[in-house]
Design a protein around this ligand. Structure first.
Ligand code: SAH
Length: 346
């Protein structure tokens, strides 16, 4: 069966012309219906019944089932748990802020990156999501929340660059003017630092924001937290970020979850500031979310964060502290960070 919703208009055109022997313009009609979130071919009212039946016999419209909605009483953040057709489940978080509504999207069921502080990786990787499934996270979030999604962050469950082709396809789908038309500048992609993927992304010429989960400025600490660092150390990763900036002109963000006694010393702040300066990166500090299964890690104390920030400040580093959103809807699961942009709260 053909996964229609994963297709870009030009792919749909090829499908209509070559596979179905139908006129090219049908592709545009179907793309538009799919991106408005129809769930059945009969809703495509400008298609003849014969074509709807032909499509039904050869293709499917991907869909999600909403298993659970949690709504924060304090800030309106909503967390959706979706069931995929094969029974697996993923989450999407919808956050409201002054300049729009952000959906935090999962790119895989589980994750194989093995970061020691993260809950997503506990059961390993089950499978990657298709482009249509990621698009559905946005479409169904809009439907369930009644809000138009204006921003997307690929910061949910999974490692987006470990699902490169589908993620790229998803980006082109949501960005398409005949689809959701979400500008690339309103999209962020977060990676644990797969350098091959970062180098490939640099050649795609997209205006999105690349976020690197750095979390430590030295190999000893980073390798203990993030197995990916054993394959490619901090030096090589930062060089890759320098190249990314040189090629795209887009400033990368260093994500830095503050973990008490692990990565929050003033010496580490010095090193972090130096790396960020080299890569011209913006630093985002996030107090670690407590994860039940990860009791070895706790957030830095406010005093330690203050001392850390003082060093960054003194070094002229470009940084913000993100305020977590949705604390009462399981933000502390560590799988999805609910946060508000650029909120300095120390
Ligand atoms: N795999 C991608 C994106 C998913 S995670 C990546 O690694 O970037 C999104 C962000 O949440 C990452 O920066 C990740 O390191 C961070 N994160 C994971 N667990 C966390 C926790 N318990 N507290 C704070 N941030 C966490």
């Amino acid at each position: 069966m053909t996964d229609l919703k994963s297709m870009l208009p030009e792919e749909l055109e090829t499908y209509f012309v070559q596979t179905l022997s139908e006129p090219r313009y049908r592709a545009g009609q179907v793309f538009s219906w799919l991106n408005r979130g129809v769930t059945d071919f009969d809703e495509m009212r400008n298609l003849p019944k014969s074509l709807r039946e032909k499509l039904r016999a050869d293709a499917f419209i991907s869909s999600l089932r909403c298993l659970q909605i949690q709504r924060s009483a304090t800030d309106g953040t909503q967390k959706f748990l979706w069931e995929l057709p094969d029974g697996n489940a993923v989450e999407t978080v919808v956050m409201r802020h002054a300049h729009g509504v952000t959906a935090c999207i999962s790119s895989q069921v589980g994750c194989r990156m093995g970061c020691a502080f993260c809950a997503s990786t506990i059961g390993g990787l089950v499978r990657s999501l298709t482009a249509a499934e990621m698009l559905d996270e946005v479409l169904y979030s809009q439907r369930e929340s009644g809000e138009r999604i204006t921003n997307i962050v690929l910061m949910g469950i999974g490692e987006p660059l470990d699902n490169y082709d589908a993620v790229l396809h998803f980006l082109h789908l949501v960005n398409h003017p005949d689809g959701l038309n979400i500008g690339m500048r309103h999209i962020s992609l977060s990676t644990c630092g797969l350098t091959e993927g970062i180098r490939a992304l640099a050649t795609e010429n997209l205006q999105l924001t690349l976020a690197i989960s750095l979390h430590a400025p030295d190999d000893e600490t980073r390798s203990a937290l993030m197995p990916v660092n054993r394959a490619c150390g901090v030096e090589k990763l930062v060089r890759c970020c320098e190249d990314y900036f040189a090629k795209t002109g887009r400033r990368v963000t260093f994500e830095y979850a503050m973990i008490g006694g692990v990565n929050d010393s003033t010496a580490q702040a010095q090193r972090l500031a130096a790396l960020a300066r080299r890569a011209r990166a913006h630093i985002n500090l996030i107090p670690l979310n407590r994860v039940e299964e990860r009791t070895a890690f706790s957030p830095s104390t406010p005093a330690q964060m203050k001392a850390f920030c003082a060093v960054l400040e003194q070094q002229g580093a470009n940084f913000t502290i993100r305020r977590s959103l949705g604390g009462d809807v399981d933000a502390a699961c560590g799988q999805l960070r609910r946060k508000r942009e650029d909120e300095r709260n120390l």
